[in-house]
Design a protein around this ligand. Structure first.
Ligand code: GLN
Length: 534
């Protein structure tokens, strides 16, 4: 069959969870045996989110092919259990960049280069690119809110696209908000009516409305919405706030969203295979115990900055039927070992996640020292591994002042140093060691036992690495280099054999954890944390 396109737009406010709705529909279609790809358009001018602050924008999600993307791609991959690529995240900046490059090359043969048709054509070519593998469905989410000036070229492009590929091959889903007014005691449909009016003024009539709401939508309001927005009553779908995002596919399934979409496309509906998903959900919803894991990072309040780490911890919890409570540990408070012990009191394990810049580094080193000396379950990710090497060098190998040259260029012992291929790089955007690389695991180590494999592939995003000049000394002092790049030149994993779980990786395993099969390294941490309670 030819690819069917489902465009998802958002109305009234941002942060509606359009990404979760797109991912959930993806899940329901894959559960029926259809192949699905999901693409995200971000209307900002940054070429990719790689240079944006995680505090503002949340985590930068990395794909196998090394794209730095919006965190929604993480949801897409986790819900549909597929790996996406560069083509699946497109920003206005990347669209303009290629149009301007083409203009400079003279590709437009003297034409005046304009938003319509040049920018819109470029957007449409990106939609085609994302569906090059001919999936049964491409779900394409337009970031931002309808009515935003910067979103207009995208809406215009998806309007045109329907005529390019045939109107029977495209549907539009509008995700909107029904606010509840306490004083009136009712849900209000007017903002959504206006949002659809705005869509129609752009020439796009939504086929389905997904209504975000805190309370059930009365039938009367559903009919009213259907009437005023010109959407069939059965296509007004309620999407309530739920305890976990993994419940959303089930809630949408109950309202026949996927069946309705298939009907619109004249495609066969099938019984969805959701057994493993339901099993995972019931474990998340009925845990037999609670495990408390701290994340010792830089961004203490905003969970989105570490969203894949938090999700990976939850997946590991589901695998052992435990609720994982994640709390942010302020590394900046861990000024000495006494304070560190106090901060970690009450936790069962700790993650030191990835990051950039010197803020909080000494505290992270103290957290890791505490974990090493007290057999406290620890998982280090990227910067977390680098800090573990610094800690070991200083406190076990006796290398006073050991540091990463990222934080102290004149360190006497730069145990973490810039990778040689990074030395001459000037631009910050898209120039790190990015994407999937193979790693060879050393037999007999905890890492090897966790993965049950000789060779693994994991995703990277870093500039610095373990300095090979110090490897022999650190190994002699007991640090185990359990994972190396295939040529043996880069340290990919370290661990301490005497601790129950003290494992760290230069890569980011969190990007490959899935709700239905938790990642071995997160499983190792949560399992050790749970056993430590006993
Ligand atoms: N700042 C470190 C580096 O560039 C770690 C990066 C990270 O944690 N993603 O190597």
């Amino acid at each position: 069959m030819s690819t069917k396109y489902i465009f998802v737009t958002g109305g009234v406010v941002s942060s509606l969870g359009k990404g979760i709705v797109a991912a959930s529909l993806g899940k329901l279609l894959t559960a029926r045996g259809y192949s699905v790809k999901i693409q995200k358009f971000d209307p900002y001018i940054n070429v990719d989110p790689g240079t944006m602050s995680p505090f503002q924008h949340g985590e930068v999600f990395v794909t196998d092919d090394g794209a730095e993307t919006d965190l929604d791609l993480g949801h897409y991959e986790r819900f549909t259990d597929t790996s996406l690529s560069k083509a699946n995240n497109v920003t206005s900046g990347s669209v303009y960049l290629s149009v301007i490059n083409k203009e400079r090359r003279g590709d437009y043969l003297g034409a005046t280069v304009q938003t319509i048709p040049h920018i819109t054509n470029e957007i449409k070519s990106r939609i085609k690119e994302a569906s090059k593998s001919e999936p049964d469905f491409l779900i394409c989410e337009i970031g931002g809110t309808v009515g935003d000036i910067e979103g207009l070229p995208f809406i215009e492009a998806i309007r045109q696209f329907r005529f390019d590929v045939g109107i029977e091959n495209v549907i539009y889903i509008h995700v909107t908000l029904l606010p509840y007014l306490n004083t009136a005691g009712e849900l209000k449909t007017k903002p959504s009516q206006h949002s659809v009016i705005t869509m129609r003024s752009y020439g796009v009539q939504p086929d389905v409305l997904v209504c975000r709401t805190q309370t059930p939508i009365p039938e009367t309001e559903k009919s009213k919405l259907a009437l005023f927005t010109n959407v069939a009553p059965e296509a007004v779908i309620e999407c309530r706030d739920l305890d976990t995002i993994y419940e959303v596919p089930m809630a949408l399934e109950e309202q026949n969203l996927a069946s309705l979409v298939l009907k619109r496309f004249n495609l066969k509906d099938k019984e969805p295979e959701l057994k493993a998903w339901k099993n995972m959900l019931s474990k998340i919803k009925n845990p037999s115990k609670t495990v408390k894991i701290g994340i010792a990072g830089k961004y203490t309040k905003l969970s989105d900055a570490y969203i894949s780490v938090v999700e990976a911890l939850k997946h590991a919890g589901a695998a052992i039927n435990a609720k994982v409570e994640v709390e942010f540990v302020s590394a900046e408070e861990c000024l000495d070992m006494e304070k560190t012990a106090k901060v970690l009191e009450g936790f069962d394990g700790v993650v030191v996640p990835g990051g950039f810049g010197i803020r909080g580094i000494e505290g992270k080193v103290n957290v890791i020292r505490y974990a090493r000396e007290n057999n406290f379950p620890f998982l280090g990710l990227c910067l977390g591994m680098q800090c573990a090497v610094i800690e070991y060098a200083r406190n076990v190998a006796g290398l006073d002042g050991a540091n990463s040259s990222e934080f102290d260029e004149s360190s006497e012992h730069p145990v973490i140093a810039l990778m040689s291929e990074q030395e001459d790089i000037q631009d910050y955007g898209g120039t790190m060691r990015l994407g999937a690389y193979d790693c060879h695991l050393q037999k007999g180590t905890k890492s090897y036992k966790a993965y049950k494999a000789d060779v693994i592939s994991e995703r990277h995003r870093h500039r610095y690495e373990v300095n090979n000049k110090y490897r022999a000394l650190l190994a002699e002092k007991g640090l185990v280099f359990s994972g190396l790049s295939p040529d043996g030149k880069l340290v990919e994993m370290i661990e301490l054999p005497e601790n129950d779980w003290f494992v760290a990786s230069q890569f980011h395993p969190e990007f490959k954890s899935r709700p239905e099969h938790s990642h071995p390294l997160f499983f190792g941490l949560v399992d050790a944390a749970s056993k430590r309670q006993k």
